[in-house]
Design a protein around this ligand. Structure first.
Ligand code: IMP
Ligand code: MG
Length: 183
């Protein structure tokens, strides 16, 4: 799989070191409060497993399954929620966990949806492993960011191209010749 990368951006050790820092920051910010983590499937599964085990505090975990890409490398601007019920978040401190902030459509829509629930959460914050530096379709701020990257298509550590490469331990830029002309 690594041979399919144009270059590696973050190796496993670098990612884990950054997760130590993020976890310390989150644990400090939520001291004395109980957290509900909402992990956005499928992209955040690896991040979820590695980050949550670094948080030495009581927390609840729920997952939301959404789709925006339909297989390519560009967002369709439309988000599909796959579950019938939203978790009970009344009065909770919610931390939304996602792999990457790109166009902003996914996280802006999810934030809106969580904040529209009544009775709703007490607070909603967002944590992403990667944030692309670019002009977004929807404005959304992440409260915790692992790394900022340029506007390139990356895979690995949960991030996929057509559902592949999620199990790569590092994060890298996918070779352009492997991205279908139609993507
Ligand atoms: P957004 O709605 O455009 O901000 O992006 C949301 C989703 O698109 C992310 O949760 C990822 O699943 C996917 N995505 C965006 N950029 C990349 C990338 O560079 N590689 C792989 N997936 C990406
Ligand atoms: Mg994806």
């Amino acid at each position: 799989m690594e041979a399919d990368l144009e270059r590696i951006l973050f190796d496993e050790a670098t990612i884990h070191h950054r997760l130590d820092e993020l976890a310390a920051q989150i644990a400090n910010d939520y001291r004395g409060r109980e957290l509900t983590v909402i992990a956005i499937l499928n992209g955040s599964v690896i991040l979820m497993a590695d980050l949550l085990r670094r948080l030495p505090m009581p927390l609840k975990l729920d997952c939301l399954s959404v789709a925006s890409y339909h297989g390519g490398t560009k967002t369709t601007g439309e988000l599909v929620f796959r579950q019938l019920w939203m978790p009970d978040l009344a009065g909770r401190h919610v931390l939304v966990l996602d792999d990457i902030l790109d166009s902003g459509v996914t996280l802006a829509t999810i934030r809106e949806k969580l904040e529209s629930i009544t009775p709703g959460p007490q607070s909603v914050r967002i944590c992403v492993l990667l944030e692309k530096k670019k002009t977004r379709v929807r404005h959304v701020d992440a409260d915790y960011v692992g790394f900022q990257i340029g506007d390139e298509f990356v895979v690995g550590y949960g991030l996929d191209y057509m559902e592949r490469y999620r199990n790569l331990p590092c994060i890298g830029v996918l070779r352009k010749d492997l991205i279908a002309a139609t993507a």
